[in-house]
Design a protein around this ligand. Structure first.
Ligand code: CA
Length: 232
């Protein structure tokens, strides 16, 4: 059973979150302040931290940074609507994902499940992943769509690799650019162009993408469920 630490100073909201999570068979720990959150996290090693950024005392962003420095525990942050800057800061500080208040409980639970799933290590032999009609062999650098080879540039392949390994996590523009930039090369990576080409080649260029979702002003997210390893 996975354990979620809920950090929220609003006791009513905390209680509602506790009830929703317990109903999904998750174990719940609670903290009402940042200080308490850090103590409980250090003592109990939760599988995931759900962190409200607006806290009295130690600020939520500082709690996030401290958690990041001390371990790999995924942190999903709760932010208030229209604080784009805060979201970007939180993601760049290592938040795994964010949820905007007021949130839809089903969406929150889905994000939590996705984050918990992404912690489960992929078996080492499974280097071929299948996402519906796509077959991706990262080791052999081969991508098939409905059985037909898709020719990708090294940049597009690198981008695809980041996406499929992120398992639904939002990847910020900043993160992707930093990962795609060659060492010593200060040129700005034209992310938008590479994403557009990758979408076109994978047949995901419609107005309603199925593979790569855009979060305006923030980044991109791989939309499909975990790839099914074929174990080839
Ligand atoms: Ca709050």
């Amino acid at each position: 059973m996975s354990t979620v630490l809920v950090v929220e100073d609003d006791a009513a909201l905390r209680g509602a979150l506790r009830a929703s999570l317990r109903a999904r068979h998750l174990q719940v720990l609670e903290a009402g302040t940042g200080e308490e959150a850090l103590q409980v996290a250090a003592r109990e090693h939760p599988d995931l931290v759900l962190l409200d950024l607006g806290l009295p005392g130690i600020d939520g962003m500082d709690v996030l940074r401290t958690l990041r420095e001390s371990g790999e525990t995924p942190v999903v942050v709760l932010t208030v609507r229209d604080t784009q800057v805060e979201k970007v800061m939180a993601l760049d500080a290592g938040a795994t994902d964010y949820i905007t208040k007021p949130f839809n409980t089903e969406e929150l639970l889905a994000r939590i499940r996705a984050t918990l799933r992404s912690r489960e290590a992929r078996p080492p032999e499974a280097h071929v992943l299948r996402f519906e009609e796509l077959e991706i062999d990262l080791e052999r650098r081969r991508v098939l769509s409905e059985g037909h080879p898709v020719r990708l540039t090294p940049m597009e392949l690198a981008l695809l690799e980041l996406f499929v390994n992120s398992k639904g996590r939002l990847l910020t523009h900043e993160y992707l650019r930093a990962r795609l930039r060659a060492p010593g090369d200060d040129r700005q990576v034209s992310l938008r162009v590479h994403v557009r080409h990758l979408r076109q080649k994978l047949g995901d260029a419609s107005a309603y993408p199925r593979l790569i979702g855009t979060e305006p002003g923030l980044g991109y997210r791989w939309l499909l469920e975990d790839g099914v390893p074929t174990g080839a």
